[in-house]
Design a protein around this ligand. Sequence first.
Ligand SMILES: Cc1cc2nc3c(=O)[nH]c(=O)nc-3n(C[C@H](O)[C@H](O)[C@H](O)COP(=O)(O)OP(=O)(O)OC[C@H]3O[C@@H](n4cnc5c(N)ncnc54)[C@H](O)[C@@H]3O)c2cc1C
Length: 385
Amino acid sequence: MSRDWNAMAEEDFRAHLRAFIAELCPANLRHLRLRQPPTVTMPWYRALHAAGMIAPGWPAEFGGMALTPERHLVYIEEMEAAGTPWLHDSGVRNLGPAIIAFGTDAQKAEYLPKIAAGEQIWCQGYSEPGAGSDLASLRCAGRIEGDRITITGQKIWTTSAHHATHCFCLVRTAGDGPKQHGITFVLVDMATPGITVRPIRNLGGEDDFCEVFFDGATVGTDCILGAVDDGWKVARSLLGFERIWAGSPRRARRALDELEAMVRTAGLEDEGLWQDRLVQAEFDVLDGQDLYSRFADLVSVDGTIGTEVSALKIHATEAFQRISDWTLEAAGERGTRDDAPLPGQPAPAFTWFESRAPTIFSGANEIHRNILAQRVLGLGKRVAS
Ligand SMILES: Cc1cc2nc3c(=O)[nH]c(=O)nc-3n(C[C@H](O)[C@H](O)[C@H](O)COP(=O)(O)OP(=O)(O)OC[C@H]3O[C@@H](n4cnc5c(N)ncnc54)[C@H](O)[C@@H]3O)c2cc1C
C-alpha cells in the first residue's frame, strides 16, 4: 500500500525530506547553476523514484505522492533549500497529468511507469518558427493512413530535445475550420527514423534547447493522446499544468535570498531605498506563494485549469525579474563575480540572465495579459449597439 504523505505532520514530512536528500542527493549535484544532462542527474531521479517520491502531484494509484497543494509547496521548498538539481522531468510535471486525464488505460499502463522510473525523458514539441505565441497556427503535418500517422515539419525551442527519448508534439491533421481544430497530440519516440535534432546555442553559451525536424517520421495511431483533430484540448490542459509550474514561487524565493545576502554584502542594509525594496520583494514572494497555493488547489486530474492561471505565471516570473534586477543593482561591480552573494550560488548577473526567459516560455507574458483581459475580464469584446 502506498504511503499517506499528507497524514504526516508537516515537521515530520520536512524532516523526512531533509534526511532523504542528505543521504541520497550527492553534494556535487547541489546548487548547480544549470540543468545538467540526464547522465549526471539520473541517479538522483532514480533515488526519488525508488522511494515513491518522484511525482509529488500524481495520484497514488499511478505511483504519485498525491500531495495536497500545501504539501507540494513544502516539497518544493525543501528541494530548493537543499539545492537539489533541476531534473529532466517534463514527463512527470507536464505530460503525466495529461496522460492521466486523457490517456487510454493502455497509454497509462505504457507510459506512466516509464516516466516515473526515468526510463523515458520527454521534451515538448509545440513551438514552430511561425507558431509561438500564435501556437494554433502550427503547420507541422500529421498524415493518418490506417493505423499509422506520418509527421513532417519543424519544431523549434524544444528544450532538452537532444537528451530526450520521447517528444510530445502537436501536429496538424486537418486544415479546415477554426485553426484550433485539426490539431492532434502525438507521443513520439525520438528513435523513430526521420527525426533530426539540432541544438541551438543561446547568448549565455548554453544549448539547452533545439530545433527538431520531422521528415516522414511514422508512429502508430495508438500514440495519439486524446481524439484525432482535438489535440488542442489536451495541449491546453497541459499548458495549464505547465503554467502552474512556471508560476511556482521558488525562483523568486531564491532570488530574494540572493537579494538579502547581496544587500548585506554591499553594506546597504541601513539605506531606506534598499529596506523598501527588501520589504517589497518579501511581499511579492509571499503574494506569489499565496497565489500559487490557490491555483495548485485547483489542479485536478480532469484536465481543467482556469485561464486565470495566467495571473500566477505573470506574477511569479515578473517578481523573479524585478528581484534579480535589484540584486544586480545592489551588486555593482560584484555583479559578474562568482564569489557572491550566497555560498555556492551564481553571480548576480547569471541569475539576472536566468530571469529573462521565464517571461517568454510557457506563453509570453504579453499573451497572458491578453488572456486575462479577454477571457477573464471580458475586455475588448465588441459591444452591441
Ligand atoms: C528558455 C525557453 C525554453 C522553451 N522551451 C520550449 C519547449 O520546450 N517547447 C516548445 O514548444 N517551446 C518552447 N519555447 C518556446 C516558447 O513557448 C515561445 O518562445 C513563446 O511561446 C513565444 O513565441 P515566439 O518565440 O515565437 O515569439 P513570438 O510569438 O514571435 O512573440 C514575439 C514577441 O511578440 C509578442 N506578441 C506576439 N503576439 C502578441 C499579441 N497578440 N499581443 C501582444 N504581444 C504579442 C510576444 O509577447 C513576444 O514578446 C521555449 C522558449 C524559451 C525562451
